[in-house]
Design a protein around this ligand. Structure first.
Ligand SMILES: [Zn+2]
Ligand SMILES: [Zn+2]
Length: 114
């Protein structure tokens, strides 16, 4: 499983990923950032409450202001996202990224907006 194509900047502020199996995922910027897997993000503002999939926007940054500037492949297994606030230490493995997919098919329970 790997991303065939990635669109970082879409008009509705989502990152689009088309997967090798044809599945398409759309991640809102705050959702993606909130799930940044780096040590800083996972230890600082989550407080261990990782069970909740709710896409809370980061309190210190407006949802519109924060956006991914670019993404680079890390080897053949992960994606590194460079955010507009300079944060870039989050390495999203493809497995992890696919697991985050908020669509109904991947998440049978309401993930957000419901
Ligand atoms: Zn991070
Ligand atoms: Zn999905």
């Amino acid at each position: 499983m790997w991303p065939k194509s990635i669109k970082l900047n879409t008009p509705n502020h989502t990152v689009w990923v088309e997967w090798s199996d044809g599945h398409r995922s759309a991640y809102s910027y705050p959702y993606l950032r909130d799930h940044c897997p780096c040590a800083t993000c996972t230890s600082s503002h989550r407080g261990g409450a990782t069970a909740s999939p709710s896409p809370n926007p980061l309190p210190m940054l407006g949802a519109q202001a924060l956006r991914p500037l670019r993404a680079e492949l890390v080897g053949r297994y992960a994606l590194q996202i460079f955010w507009s606030d300079g944060h870039s230490s989050g390495i999203y493995t493809f497995d992890y990224l696919r697991g985050l997919c908020p669509c109904e098919q991947c998440r049978p329970f309401p993930a957000h907006g419901a």
